[in-house]
Design a protein around this ligand. Sequence first.
Ligand SMILES: C[S@@+](CC[C@H](N)C(=O)[O-])C[C@H]1O[C@@H](n2cnc3c(N)ncnc32)[C@H](O)[C@@H]1O
Length: 260
Amino acid sequence: MNYDEFTVEIKKLCDIDLSNYKEKQMKRRIDSLIKRNGHESYDSYLTQLKKSEQHLKEFLGYITINVSEFFRNPAQWQILEQELIPELISRKNTLKIWSSACSTGEEPYSLVMLLDKMGLINRASIIASDIDEEALEQARIGIYTSKGIANVPEEMVKANFIKENDNYVIKDKIKKAVDFKIINLLEDPFPSNCDLILCRNVMIYFTEKAKEKLYKKFYNALSDNGIFFVGSTEQIMMPQKYGFISRKHFFYQKIVGGNK
Ligand SMILES: C[S@@+](CC[C@H](N)C(=O)[O-])C[C@H]1O[C@@H](n2cnc3c(N)ncnc32)[C@H](O)[C@@H]1O
């Protein structure tokens, strides 16, 4: 069995279409995981994945790459706080926000902490989703190490976490504001009418074709003039093609009727 055949089997086994992910990068990761597990072929590794739930979990955890941070790229969060959220809330009474590859929760919790600081926590609903069930479970639990919260300003740590031994537990008030769910960006329907969508540090793993499809889906998921926030290596080439204008680096705004 070659890599392409392996991807077809994985799609059948767990409904993840690896052909949407950049092949060179993904193949390198999978090949090294296979070796690490003592296998020499895709066939024998696949047999193990089919037999062992634990190995399947390890495989899924490994390919999804869950690295995240609170307030990742702080300068961009400042733009959200000082310019874009005030502008969005001036147009509407309540905001619908979607963190679309939320991993272990740092991104949606950063949002809620920011909204709380701005006095807007009761005027926003936040959906946070990921393909990885285990990452979502960790997000729901909301326990982080001191290294994990290094980017969180001191006053926000005090206001939003409870220190338990060496860990920091996110307070219920923040946790309750987030609705966590599984959404596979490449397969599942998207929420609608979102005023702000974050899709950060996941598109880099997708092929150009998959990205084009996703930009269109994100356009349709946004409310009129809604904002699309991407990762710091994920600028959209020719945003107008997908109905967006660039607002600031890494922030795009939906142009009404712009996808024609
Ligand atoms: C590097 S993390 C990014 C976390 C966060 N957005 C950030 O920027 O810190 C990438 C996340 O994308 C998720 N992911 C990968 N493929 C996905 C897909 N097809 N649908 C939804 N999430 C996906 C992974 O499970 C992982 O949690």
